[in-house]
Design a protein around this ligand. Sequence first.
Ligand code: HXC
Ligand code: NAP
Length: 281
Amino acid sequence: MFKGKIFNGKTILVTGGGTGLGRSMATYLSGLGANIVIVSRKQEVVEATAAEIEAQTGNPVLALPHDVRDYRNIKKLQQTILRRFGRIDGLINNAAGNFISPTERLSYKAFDTVVDIVLKGSYYLTLALGKYWIQEKIPGSVLNIVTTYASTGSGYVVPSSIAKAGVLNLTRSLAAEWGKYQIRLNAIAPGPFPTKGAWERLFPDPSMGEALLNRIPLKRVGKHEELCHLAAYLLSDYAAYMTGEVVTIDGGEWLAGAGEFNFLEQLSEQDWDALQKQKKR
Ligand code: HXC
Ligand code: NAP
């Protein structure tokens, strides 16, 4: 969608940038000229991804091990990035943990693990970078990757659902509070976009994937580039007047599930003909 180097001179930190959607966004933003920093728990994964992105785009990618639950490491992380790139302009809170389970089967630690990665991980980095941006008078931009169930709630992924709802609230709350510093926060709520991490944990049985497609009005899953275009737009100056917003990109999935009569999609043309005749009687 974007052709020029619209992120030239900007440094963007992508959590969980070694795999999946984080990796795709990091690659796309790097191609648009950004200095990219990718962090996750697995150093070898982020390092391998960084080398591949650099080879593809020719722009620098810094890979650092960092557990987003660890606030104490953030100062060191920030200093390493500043030494390398001189400044930080954007943050994508993308790292996440999730699995499907009946809630009553979960231990409190299972809850803690997901909530700590998703919610604490997001507010820790947002807080640290926000303080830095305010002090340095930098118009920072944050993009939070949430889910559609951050708004609706969802059974069977409850730790993730409550944590993503918190992240969405963080997006809106700080958009109101930090607008005066020219700091913007927006969110994307993706529907299903195939990644190894999500698919292995959330759709372990192939039949679950088929059922998923039937629920989506556009009858397909998302393409990574579709999400990357949106992410680049929201982070960029083209969206300079947009803050506190969440943009859903899900092929209509959540609305189809929400509308009370949308289940009528299951009726065939013949069923409708029969119903019409009945009405006329
Ligand atoms: C029940 C589970 C569990 C499972 C772990 N636990 N997996 N409980 N069902 N499937 C419990 C453990 O028993 C333990 O509790 C506690 O959670 C911590 O487990 P660990 O394995 O020690 O945690 P850790 O190594 O930190 O791993 C974190 C993780 C893992 C979240 C459990 O899945 C992970 O690393 N995920 C990262 C990537 C990821 O999840 N990507 C998908 C994002 S997709 P006890 O009490 O036994 O000690 C996404 C999309 C949503 O969010 C929308 C899609 C359409
Ligand atoms: P993914 O590939 O599993 O990505 C999750 C990333 O988070 C991994 O790179 C993982 O790396 C990192 N991570 C996990 N715990 C971490 C921690 N404590 N500290 C630092 N990094 C950590 O899955 P994905 O599908 O691309 O998901 C990316 C984002 O999109 C998530 O926020 C997810 O909720 C959201 N999302 C995805 C979909 C979808 O359909 N794919 C739909 C809606 C929302 P390490 O294991 O190396 O730490």
